[in-house]
Design a protein around this ligand. Structure first.
Ligand code: AMP
Length: 514
């Protein structure tokens, strides 16, 4: 689909990119403020967030990677967004390894690396390949080389994960002009141009992550009151629940455990997702995989189960409960009753499941809004925000977001000393007074964490900041100040200064350091 005005955009145009766990999407505002989604091969507006290396060593991204997934499961990487900015000892990493066919190992920067045909990739390299593919398709469509983007991330991403997304852009020469939160982007898609005065709750359940934000919209001011989520809860977990049920049932009937057979597992995974989607519009669906394996005697076996919507709801009810528990916590954090929410907006493909909509209707006393397209709203919001940042734009927006989890440092005894509580508005800055604890101390080291646990070690270590400019003096005689600044993107910079000598030192905590 060619749109004449598309070809006339200036080359420094900023596009909006929704870099999703399962699918990604790109959009751009054309001349008169209208948003266009970038189409991919075959007319799709989303591209699978999948990367693979085939047997000839070719790198494949998107639809091409997805097409060969069943036959090449060990060298096909999917849902890697769940691993971005993660330390190898993170529980999440082990959980991912149990459910995917590709192999992970600890990297050299306190991160995770992925094995593909004997090559090791950092997680942000995979994100960068996907970004590059989106950039190339968008460049072909728009007729100039796209070099600047607003990229969305889950609201519940930590500083470290946000840094990793910026790094992914840098690796392929794509300037990530701004990172914004996915639910906030969706609220822009919903609210711009309508002169609204509303409190909305965005319930965003995508392929791999769950986010909820309560946002007050006052015409062009979008103010996030509270946010919460789980970056490890999404459609993939619904698929996983089906897969476990199916292989358990098959094992019960035949005594054969299919978990060790990557090709069989991949066939089941594909069908699990399709069956789940079918059951959003039907009460029953067959689950049938012919010749899934052989008996020890060499006889082929089929996998045959009838699946009902009721069975699916029994299997995934606990996951939906978890999302509602988070919704209630966020309502509480925002000091809001369900009845004070004007609209509940659904974002992310998994919200098409009837059970999700029924449970939200029961909680809020009214059905969720159909005001935005669940798969496209985030990219559209990112494009609108990108447009507002451009010099030639007449769209003026005020976006007031928050940090999703507390930021603090490790105090004596290992407790988390919170500097910026969760849901603190950003941008934000807070100074802490500090002093030397021993005579002639030459350095001040601070370990900085993000998370809501009372023990610092249970939260995510963002990094260690060492201030080497301490003036030699008796213990307690040095007056130091440590300043925590979080920018509009939720990225933290720490600086320290000696108040007597005026000496200062600054660092932005970087994910690439161990
Ligand atoms: P997203 O990350 O927003 O693209 O969401 C993708 C997730 O939504 C995947 O886990 C899909 O399986 C799931 N999904 C897409 N369509 C449906 C549907 N009709 N019913 C249930 N889940 C769906």
């Amino acid at each position: 689909m060619y749109h004449p005005r598309v070809g006339q955009l200036p080359p420094n145009t900023i596009v909006g990119i929704d870099l999703g766990t399962t699918n990604s999407c790109c959009a751009v505002v054309i001349g008169d403020g209208e948003v266009k989604l970038v189409p991919y091969k075959g007319g799709d507006y989303t591209i699978p967030s999948i990367f693979a290396v085939d047997e000839k060593g070719n790198e494949l991204v998107g639809h091409d990677a997805k097409r060969q997934w069943q036959l090449n499961p060990r060298n096909t990487l999917y849902a890697t967004k769940r691993l971005i900015g993660r330390a190898p000892k993170d529980d999440v990493v082990e959980t991912v390894q149990r459910s995917v066919q590709y192999k992970l190992h600890p990297g050299s920067h306190n991160d995770v690396e992925l094995d593909v045909r004997g090559r090791a990739f950092q997680v942000q390299e995979i994100a960068s390949r996907i970004l590059a593919k989106i950039r190339d398709v968008a460049s072909d469509h728009l007729g100039f080389r796209v070099s600047r983007a607003v990229v969305t991330v889950p609201a519940y991403f930590t500083d470290r994960q946000r840094q990793a997304v910026k790094e992914a852009g840098r690796l392929v020469g794509l300037e990530v002009v701004r990172i914004i939160n996915e639910p906030t982007a969706a609220s822009l898609a919903y609210g711009i141009g309508k002169r609204l005065q509303e409190r909305v709750l965005v319930y965003d359940l995508g392929g791999g992550t769950f986010d909820v934000s309560i946002i007050d919209i006052r015409d062009r001011v979008f103010e996030v009151k509270a946010t919460g989520g789980d970056i490890f809860l999404g459609g993939i977990d619904f698929d996983e629940a089906i897969i476990e049920h199916v292989i358990g049932d098959f094992q019960g009937q035949t005594g054969i455990d299919l978990r060790g057979d990557p090709v069989a597992m991949q066939r089941i995974r594909d069908l699990a997702e399709r069956t789940k989607i079918d059951l959003s519009s039907r009460a029953e669906a067959p689950f049938s995989v012919p010749f899934i394996t052989m008996t020890p005697q060499g006889q082929p076996l089929n996998l045959e189960i009838r699946f009902t919507r009721a069975t699916l709801e029994r299997l995934v009810g606990g996951l939906v409960d978890r999302t509602l528990g988070i919704v209630e916590k966020v309502l509480h954090d925002a000091g809001t009753e369900p009845s004070q929410v004007d609209e509940v907006m659904l974002v992310g493909g998994q919200t098409r499941m009837p059970l999700v909509q029924e449970r939200l209707t029961a909680l809020f006393g009214k059905p969720p809004s159909k005001g935005v397209h669940p798969d496209e709203a985030v990219a559209i919001g990112a494009a609108l925000y990108a447009w507002s940042l451009q010099e030639n734009s007449d769209l003026k927006l005020t976006l007031l977001d928050v940090i999703p989890m507390a930021i603090g440092l490790e105090a004596a005894g290992g407790a988390m000393h919170v500097v910026l509580p969760r849901n603190s508005p950003i941008p934000n800055a807070k100074a802490l007074a500090a002093t030397s604890s021993v005579d002639n101390q030459s350095e001040l080291a601070v370990r900085i964490f993000q998370g809501d646990a009372a023990q610092a070690a249970l939260n995510e270590l963002l990094g260690e900041f060492v201030f080497g400019g301490v003036r030699p003096a008796a213990a307690g005689k040095v007056r130091l100040e440590v300043l925590f600044e979080v920018n509009v993107e939720g990225i933290l910079t720490v600086s320290a200064g000696d108040l007597d000598t005026g000496k200062r030192m600054t660092t932005t905590l970087r994910v690439t350091r161990s």
